[in-house]
Write a protein that binds this ligand. Structure first.
Ligand code: SF4
Length: 455
């Protein structure tokens, strides 16, 4: 007990010299030598006891069980990625979830733009995520994942229950982030500050209404700035550093001249960092909307703010879902053929092994690509009635495309012809590093982090 108390106030390196590295390195070595998934799972089962003992001495239960599951899941997902398994026993490391499919804005290139709606370029449906569907998703994957990103194509603030969804994610010790335009009329800043949200990215691509609304169509800059002021006030009133606020500015030719002014406004308003982002090319939608030729970059405005603050790693210790986590910990990892095949000529897609995307209506997508009417990017429907959408027929077919040469044809997942970035996922190496560093930067030292995230 004394040890736990000490660890609560001081990092591991100050209490003792023990870090996670030796135990993680042993698991890493053994998993790397496995020739199939059953052998890898045998390693996980053998390692559970030692890993749990190590983590319990530092974190206590149920945080130790949660961390053990997340770590073992990472090692197993890495094994599947390298083996090109079609059927995976690991769960997604990160979840990307739309609390609402709706948006008031109509930015070029988006599923909500006027042109893409008129031409029916995408198959995007309206809907709001019910809490029970999200709770069921978390029951299945929450104990194993490290984070949830609450936004894909919808505006998350339009679901008035989003703060409750974030709080639910925190009960599984997940890192949480969302991206918003802040251009909404109903907004409860205190609810977001109190939800346990780690990071809020603010999509504001202009410093004056005229320039801002050229891309953020129907967006109201005054509403955005008012909401931002209230959010900063709520953080101060409640004495919290989170959510860390990142003003993300998509740099186009038409707005790049306002970047210095926007950065000054951000600093004055109390935003924590200012990020210049290179946008996707959306000229297929609006030929006038040309990306600026300039370097992306981040400017820290508040040196005390960090994206994943240690105090927010487990902000509600009494609400951690110990029952669900312990049940998952006791459950043996399923075995059986994982459909491994010799790797194809090129690299496989990391999305298929690391993240899973669900829209507000429960449709499962493999990545952030917007679904088109041909349905080739909709891999399953999540309806809370059991089953594992991460191993749906489409998922297995998509993974197999990178093992054998399968020519594109009707009904084959979009992956067969995909030319998007296959290596960068929403919740991957950098997010894994942030996550374990927030848990304890000394215990999960540099070498431990590199084992967990360097793949
Ligand atoms: S191959 Fe392309 S479409 Fe398939 S999951 Fe990866 S990024 Fe998405």
């Amino acid at each position: 007990m004394l040890g736990l108390l000490l660890h609560h106030f001081f990092p591991a390196s100050l209490c003792c010299s023990r870090t996670a590295y030796r135990t993680l390195a042993k698991i890493d070595r053994e998993i790397r030598s496995c020739c199939d998934s059953d052998a890898a799972i045998a390693v996980l089962e053998r390692s559970k006891t030692d890993l749990l003992a190590l983590l319990r001495a530092r974190f206590g239960s149920p945080a130790a069980e949660a961390l053990a599951l997340k770590i073992l899941n990472i090692f197993l997902a890495r094994h599947h990625l390298h083996a090109r398994s079609q059927w995976v026993r690991s769960r997604p490391i990160g979840l990307v979830v739309d609390p609402s499919n709706m948006c008031r804005l109509a930015c070029p290139g988006c599923v909500h733009s006027a042109r893409s709606q008129t031409l029916k370029v995408f198959d995007w449906r309206t809907g709001t995520l019910p809490e029970d569907r999200f709770a069921a998703l978390l029951e299945l994957y929450g104990p194993y994942a490290v984070g949830v990103y609450f936004c894909n194509y919808g505006e998350p603030l339009l679901n008035l229950h989003t703060p409750r969804l974030i709080r639910l994610a925190k009960s599984y010790l997940l890192a949480t982030a969302l991206s918003t335009s802040l251009s909404v009329r109903r907004f409860d800043p205190e609810a977001y500050v109190e939800s346990g949200l780690d990071v809020m990215a603010l999509s504001i691509d202009g410093a004056t209404q005229g320039v801002y609304e050229r891309f953020r169509r129907h967006g109201e800059l005054e509403v955005v700035l008012d909401n931002l002021r209230e959010l900063v006030k709520a953080k101060r009133r409640l004495g919290r550093r989170t959510p860390m606020l990142s003003w993300n500015f998509l740099a186009f030719e038409h707005n790049m001249h306002e970047i210095p002014l926007a950065r000054r406004m951000a600093r004055k308003l109390g935003v924590d960092q200012f990020r210049v982002v290179n946008p996707f090319d959306v000229r297929w939608d609006d030929p006038e909307m040309r990306p600026a030729v300039m370097k992306a970059g981040v400017r820290r405005l508040n040196w005390l703010a960090i994206a994943h603050a240690a105090e927010n790693w487990n902000p509600f210790p009494r609400s951690v879902d110990a029952v669900a986590i312990e049940r998952a910990f006791e459950r043996p990892w399923p075995r059986g053929s994982a459909g491994e095949a010799p790797p194809g000529p090129g690299p496989t897609c990391h999305w298929l092994y690391k993240n899973m995307v669900m829209d507000a209506t429960g449709r499962i997508l493999p990545c952030c690509g917007a679904p088109r009417p041909d349905g080739r990017l909709v891999f399953a429907a999540f309806d809370s009635s059991g089953g594992d959408p991460f191993n749906s027929g489409k998922y297995r077919q998509a993974r197999s495309l990178f093992s054998a040469a399968v020519p594109p044809s009707d009904g084959v997942p979009y992956c067969a012809q995909c030319e998007w970035d296959h290596a960068t996922v929403n919740i991957g190496g950098p997010e894994i590093r942030h996550y374990f560093r927030a848990a304890d930067p000394a215990f999960f030292d540099r070498r431990s982090l590199s084992l967990l995230s360097g793949w």
